[in-house]
Design a protein around this ligand. Structure first.
Ligand SMILES: Nc1ncnc2c1ncn2[C@@H]1O[C@H](COP(=O)(O)OP(=O)(O)OP(=O)(O)O)[C@@H](O)[C@H]1O
Ligand SMILES: [Mg+2]
Length: 301
């Protein structure tokens, strides 16, 4: 937060090499789904010339509507443990460490889940929670030897306090802006990009989500939400790369609901069920992960 007496110095997140935010100006366009699947696609990649896989973590900064716990199958997990120094320990599933406001809410209801818990905070409390999630998580592995190569941050929708706080407090290495093809979403893409640029956060590129649907009977792409031309033109005008155009795929949505991200599970059997669209989605996501990796590490490889 800006204080009187000059701008705050941007800081690094402890034990994290590169920070990648996944954001959008508009809600419900598939940020969280893209964030989690991009994280897995990155984690399947090797780091440079080494035969080590990238170590990737996911931070959910959506304080009011956290979806990472559900997308990761962790909605019933216990509260995170603390290190002796008081840092939060990430909760791991499918091999990826994660942290979310969703893990910190009290469990309630018959099924003892947090599904209905609501955060009714404002201003300073939100800022405090964001700062704790950013700086007070110990991302090192269990042996405490390795931190993360990449932390993927799932942002809340819009251009409110949280993305501003992130941009002002943290050295962010890249941002992926997610959009759908409709005009209303595009206006928000422009707003989102302009906000990140104002706080000097580099934009890695945009992803067009739900760009089309490939039906199993004719295998032709159906542009349910309109042509991608306006999106491509907007990206071009703003000087931002298009990292990929993802189709609508049933398994992507059901995988999210079941806590098994599609990038992990899109085996041939499932891809068959989803028709050609499943395979296209997987390739587009892998390709986007490769571009993001190259952009993040271009100076060090
Ligand atoms: N490519 C896709 N194919 C099918 N379903 C998708 C796809 N992308 C997203 N969805 C579905 O769309 C819904 C919204 O996605 P998601 O929660 O990721 O959006 P969001 O932008 O993070 O929303 P919010 O702004 O509320 O945080 C989810 O049910 C998700 O499963
Ligand atoms: Mg979300």
């Amino acid at each position: 937060m800006p204080r009187r007496g000059g701008p705050v110095q941007k800081r690094s997140i402890p034990n994290v090499q590169k920070v990648l935010a996944v954001a959008s100006g508009k809600g419900g366009v598939g940020k969280s789904t893209v964030a989690v699947n991009l994280a897995f696609s990155l984690a399947l990649k090797q780091h440079g010339q080494s035969n080590q896989r990238l170590r990737v973590g996911i931070l959910d900064l959506d304080i009011f509507g956290p979806s990472v716990p559900t997308l990761m199958g962790l909605q019933n997990s216990d509260e995170p443990e603390l290190t002796s120094g008081g840092a939060l320990l990430p909760i791991v599933n499918h091999g990826l460490p994660t942290m979310s406001m969703g893990y910190l809410l009290p469990k309630s209801g018959d099924d003892a889940s947090r599904a209905d818990a609501a955060v009714v905070w404002r201003g300073l409390m939100v800022q405090k929670a964001v700062q704790q999630l950013l700086f007070d998580v110990d991302w090192r592995d269990a042996a405490q030897n390795h931190g993360l190569d990449i932390l993927v941050i799932d942002m809340p929708p819009g251009t409110g306090d949280v993305p501003l706080t992130l941009g002002q407090l943290v050295n962010v290495d890249g941002t992926v802006i997610v959009s759908t093809p409709q005009d209303v979403a595009l206006a928000d893409v422009r707003r989102g990009i302009s906000m990140f640029r104002k706080v000097s956060v580099p934009i890695t590129g945009t992803m067009l989500n739900q760009a089309y649907f490939v039906c199993s009977s004719c295998s032709a792409p159906h542009q349910l939400f309109g042509s991608p031309d306006a999106f491509r033109m907007t990206a071009h005008k703003l000087g931002v790369d298009v990292l990929g155009e993802l189709p609508l795929v049933k398994g992507v949505s059901s995988g999210g609901d079941n806590g098994i991200p599609y990038a992990l599970s899109c085996s041939e059997r499932q891809t068959k069920e989803d028709g050609a669209g499943g395979a296209v989605w997987r390739n587009v996501m892998a390709d986007a992960a490769a571009k993001v990796y190259d952009a993040l590490f271009k100076d060090t490889l």
